[in-house]
Design a protein around this ligand. Structure first.
Ligand code: FPP
Ligand code: MG
Length: 300
């Protein structure tokens, strides 16, 4: 059968996952005020696939870099992703009770602590890149910080979320669909692989191709996310399914239908393999190929 069933994600990336988990545990040791830190810990240490930091770390390693080069930025990226989930789940946004199979932060704590825990995580993230990266020139780190600040705000997460919010009940269109998802999902995926290459000291040409791989992978990931929202259960998913349609969201199934979305997904997989063929002379691509398959076949 597939590579995926032969070597599951958690086994293949055991070292990456362990290093990321240890890093996150270390930076989230409880301090005062305790409720803030407990809420931050709940939002970050409650499971999650860690696909963005795995992508960043793997891309760095596959281009000749080290864990020490990658971990500060990988950890920062996961904090930003987790903050965005905490805020996305709030009653004023998607109003969700369940995330990663557990109560959302505002349900387990309170709405104000959920807002503030998210604020603290995003604020902390940038300093971690400075304080916890080893062996990378300062000039490179400045570019990484600048790129993440945009991907986490007005050229990524926040503009995508605003488009997503404003377009609920709007007429579905391809242009709007891609605008939303390039922002709210693909920007952080693009950053993951772009930064992995940067931190490893790769050439600009390869770093740009890595960014393209990440962006395409992000869109593929979102197509699967949308399909799972239609077809899966809350037990498998760890969050409430069926919410996109209920909220009139612009999703891949809303624009292309279910079979149409699967077809678009296949097209993305072909393009991803093309990008990897172009990357192959410059780096070890085996694990990035595997991650394409993982994204395509994931169930949660
Ligand atoms: C699931 O990630 C999340 C996404 C597919 C992205 C959703 C985007 C937002 C919620 C944007 C929110 C933005 C703001 C500004 C509030 P995952 O499957 O990797 O989750 P995991 O970490 O639980 O595995
Ligand atoms: Mg949402």
């Amino acid at each position: 059968m597939t590579m995926l069933t032969q070597t599951p994600y958690k086994v293949r990336f055991e070292k990456h996952l362990q290093a990321i988990q240890t890093f996150l545990e270390e930076i989230l040791v409880v301090q005062e005020p305790e409720p803030l830190w407990q809420a931050m810990r709940h939002g970050v240490l409650n499971g999650g696939k860690r696909i963005r930091p795995v992508l960043l770390t793997e891309t760095c390693l596959a281009n000749g870099g080290t864990f020490e080069n990658a971990l500060g930025t990988a950890g920062a990226l996961e904090l930003i992703h987790c903050y965005s989930l905490i805020h996305d789940d709030l009653p004023c946004m998607d109003n969700d009770d369940l995330r990663r199979g557990q109560p959302t932060v505002h349900k387990a704590f309170s709405e104000d602590l959920a807002v503030l825990a998210g604020d603290a995580l995003v604020g902390m993230a940038f300093g971690l890149i400075v304080d916890k990266t080893h062996g990378v020139p300062d000039k490179t780190l400045l570019r990484v910080i600048s790129e993440l600040s945009l991907a986490a705000s007005v050229r990524g997460l926040v503009n995508g979320q605003v488009d997503d919010t404003l377009s609920a009940q709007a007429q579905p269109s391809e242009a709007l669909l891609y605008r939303i998802h390039k922002g709210k999902t693909a920007a952080l995926f693009r950053f993951s692989t772009w930064a992995g290459g940067m931190l490893a000291g790769q050439s600009q040409e390869v770093v740009d191709l890595l960014g393209q791989y990440g962006e395409h992978l992000g869109i593929a990931f979102q197509i699967v996310d949308d399909l799972l929202d239609v077809e899966s259960s809350s037990e498998t998913l760890g969050k409430t399914p069926g919410k996109d349609a209920a909220q009139g969201k612009i999703t891949f199934p809303a624009v292309y239908g279910i079979e149409g979305s699967r077809k678009v997904l296949k097209e993305y997989i072909v393009q991803l393999n093309g990008i990897l063929d172009r990357l192959a002379p410059h780096m070890e691509t085996q694990n990035l190929r595997y991650l394409v398959q993982f994204v395509e076949e994931r169930k949660s």
